[in-house]
Ligand binder design. Structure first.
Ligand code: PEP
Length: 249
């Protein structure tokens, strides 16, 4: 399985000019043996086509839970697929904070799969406790988000484990450790195996997100039990993001 490095640009950069420069700089250095996915804001999704870029893979940051109709401001999975999008982030903590429940995330995953998109499903706890209740929280997220997904569809699923307390925009953000990430990836795999089967669960790709940067990426990839990273802040700096891509080599 190739490493998957995903850039979540969130609501950045401010202008098309800056987005174009960032895209070009990342593309120029992108590694061959790694899948690099860029998830820009919707207005910049056309960059890949406009720049005739063949290296970077196009991703979106969210998708509607509905197929069509009166859903002002939303974008459907088939529209994204039609625009050249391959991957879509679903259930990011920013979206969950704005009201996306596990049920909504589940609907979005099913819509995305139906349209041929590959969901990158974010899960992660707000806080860690000493009694392991956060494990129960993660298990519930998995149980509820993957309802109705078939074993065959698991090969298109990526789970991004993002402990919310470690995301850089959190005012008290604290870096997680590769050993925690390893523990969680085993727990996620076990939970998926219990729902689907051990052999089917192995098809799911697990990646890590939360303050991944050019300094810690290699350690997460080597020792964190994951096959990729979801990167926020550091993906807006081409030099830093290229170092992260290169650490997957
Ligand atoms: C994120 O918000 O998904 C994220 C991983 O952000 P950062 O890398 O900035 O912590």
């Amino acid at each position: 399985m190739k490493y998957l490095i995903v850039a979540n640009w969130k609501m950045n950069p401010a202008s098309r000019k800056e987005a174009t420069a960032l895209w070009k700089n990342i593309s120029a250095e992108s590694a061959k043996n790694t899948e690099v996915v860029i998830c820009p804001p919707y207005p910049f999704l056309s960059l890949k086509k406009d720049l005739k870029d063949k290296k970077l893979i196009l991703g979106a940051q969210d998708v509607s839970a509905d197929v069509s109709g009166a859903h002002t401001g939303e974008v459907s999975a088939s529209m994204l697929a039609d625009t050249g999008v391959k991957y879509v982030i679903i259930g990011h903590s920013d979206r969950r904070a704005k009201g996306d429940t596990n049920e909504v995330v589940n609907k979005k995953i099913l819509c995305a799969l139906k349209a041929g998109l590959k969901p990158i499903v974010c899960i992660g706890e707000n806080t860690r406790d000493d009694h392991g209740f956060y494990l129960h929280f993660i298990k519930t997220q998995i149980d509820e988000c993957f309802r109705g997904v078939s074993k065959a569809q698991l090969q298109d699923i990526t789970i991004a484990y993002e402990p919310i307390w470690s995301i850089s925009t959190n005012p008290n953000a604290k870096e997680d450790t590769p050993s925690d990430s390893l523990e969680m990836s085993i727990f996620i795999l076990k939970t998926m195996s219990d729902i689907f089967s051990t052999s089917a669960a192995k098809d799911v790709r697990i990646i890590y997100g939360g303050s991944v940067n050019e300094k810690n990426a290699e350690s997460f990839l080597l020792h964190g039990g994951v096959s990729g990273a979801l990167v926020g802040r550091a993906s807006l700096d081409a030099k830093k993001f290229i170092k992260i891509i290169n650490s997957a080599k």
